[in-house]
Ligand binder design. Structure first.
Ligand SMILES: [Zn+2]
Length: 129
């Protein structure tokens, strides 16, 4: 974590560091985004998956247009919230978190996820005694 600066105290180097950190965080989140959208699981079924999806991908249409039946607007978030009994405060919190991620410009841009990008899971065979 870098020290907090003001417009009067920040240096070019400190500003470059902040932009580098932002770019690294954006790329990491883009990697997560790509991994999630290429995973065929039902992200709405499990409440923890639904929560992660709500924040990192978003259940609502984020296009700037009049929403219709094709894009479904807020319907997927409304349905997911009902399924997992998220109250209004929880929905407001997830919308806030989602807005923060969206503001970073995380949209999955970059190289498509491939197996090399995914963490390696090593299965250790155990023998019963
Ligand atoms: Zn829409």
């Amino acid at each position: 974590m870098t020290a907090r600066h003001t417009v009067d105290t920040i240096t070019d180097d400190a500003l470059d560091t902040l932009y580098d950190q932002l770019a690294a965080a954006r790329e990491a989140l883009n990697s997560v985004h790509r991994t999630m959208v290429h995973d065929s699981r039902d992200w709405a079924r499990d409440r923890r998956d639904a929560w992660l999806y709500a924040i990192l991908i978003g259940w609502t249409c984020e296009n700037d247009h009049p929403h219709d039946d094709d894009c479904m607007g807020d319907d997927p978030l409304t349905e997911t919230a009902a399924r997992h009994r998220w109250d209004a405060d929880t929905v407001a919190r997830v919308r806030s978190y989602r807005a923060a991620i969206a503001a970073l410009g995380v949209d999955g841009a970059g190289q498509p996820a491939d197996r090399a990008e995914l963490p390696t899971v090593v299965c250790v065979e155990t023998k019963e005694q």
